[in-house]
Design a protein. Structure first.
Length: 312
């Protein structure tokens, strides 16, 4: 089957694929079938997990000006092969360094706030419950509006964290009390809801990291966040409430049983069944497509001076 490449990068995930090529096409053979991709459209081949690739294919890609990046199954980058004197990464980094970081940070924080507010409202409508205490809805709406007028990144981060913390506390009111979920906590988690959220966010982070590398963006050059993987954290923040949280909260409320997790003295460990259920749910929800679109929107905004259309 001949498939067009929607983005300038192509990821081959999982295990057991055979990656070959002709002079004009990249060929990916899997158990489910064989796909052909126009070689000239692939600017970065992303090999995630365990696959085989021929030296001839590597030569064809490099001669075509393409990079090949290898990742662990969880999306952690291992290394890259790139054409000699390839300066595209440095070129794109310069664009990243010159964009109005504060404006982008505000847009991301606003999108995150909207996505979480929508998530609460959807849950209230679908389950006919009322989760807001007096004044909370008005505060969240006002906070979203106030973001527009903040100047310093620290102020943006502070208000973003405040509204995010409120969101988890509000959503916890719909969870079974015996699960012990009251708010979002840092690792190691001691309740199953936080453990599932962390696992889901890690999957989202890994998928986004792969796409960021594919677009040759610097994953450590963030807009709202700072530090290692900061740009990836930026881009997934507006996606969490739509792509991860509904799956976790539904499992916690409807199907989770005591045998699905084990709470030790210092952490909560999820069973293999829960992890497999979550993985299946995530990868049937167009997760990769939406993440790729989010990254591609940022790339076009940075590289081609287009509007940054944030998905949430």
């Amino acid at each position: 089957m001949l498939i067009a490449v929607d983005y300038p990068w192509l990821s081959v995930s999982g295990f057991g694929a055979h990656i070959k090529s002709t002079q004009k096409h990249l060929i990916v053979q899997k158990k489910t079938g064989t796909d052909h991709y126009p070689l000239e459209q692939i600017k970065n081949l992303l090999v995630v997990g365990g696959h085989t690739i021929s030296s001839t294919t590597i030569s064809h890609l490099v001669k075509n000006g393409s990079c090949i990046t290898f990742f662990d199954p969880d999306g952690t980058p291992i290394g890259s092969i790139k054409p000699y004197n390839d300066g595209k990464v440095e070129e794109i980094r310069k664009y990243q360094e010159t964009i109005p970081r504060q404006r982008y940070a505000i847009a991301l924080a606003q999108a995150s706030a909207k996505s979480r507010l929508f998530a609460i409202e959807r849950l209230q409508e679908s389950q006919n419950v009322h989760l807001f205490y007096e004044g909370e809805l008005e505060f969240l709406k006002k906070s979203e509006e106030e973001l527009e007028y903040l100047i310093k990144l620290d102020e943006i981060r502070r208000l973003h964290k405040l509204t995010s913390d409120m969101y988890y506390e509000i959503m916890s009111r719909n969870m079974p009390p015996d699960l012990g979920f009251r708010r979002r906590t840092m690792r190691p988690q001691i309740d199953p809801v936080n453990a599932m959220l962390s696992f889901g966010y890690a999957m989202l982070f890994g998928n986004c990291y792969v796409a960021v590398i594919g677009a040759r963006l610097d994953p450590d050059l963030g807009l709202m966040y700072e530090g290692k993987g900061s740009l990836v954290h930026d881009l997934i923040e507006p996606l969490k409430a739509d792509m991860v949280d509904p799956i976790v909260f539904l499992l916690a409320k409807k199907t989770l049983v005591p045998t699905d997790f084990e709470i030790t003295q210092d952490r909560c460990m999820l069973s293999d069944d829960v992890i497999n259920t979550m993985m299946k749910a995530f990868y049937t929800s167009s997760l990769t497509d939406k993440v790729n679109e989010q990254v591609n929107n940022l790339y076009n905004a940075i590289r081609h001076n287009q509007e940054f259309k944030i998905l949430y």
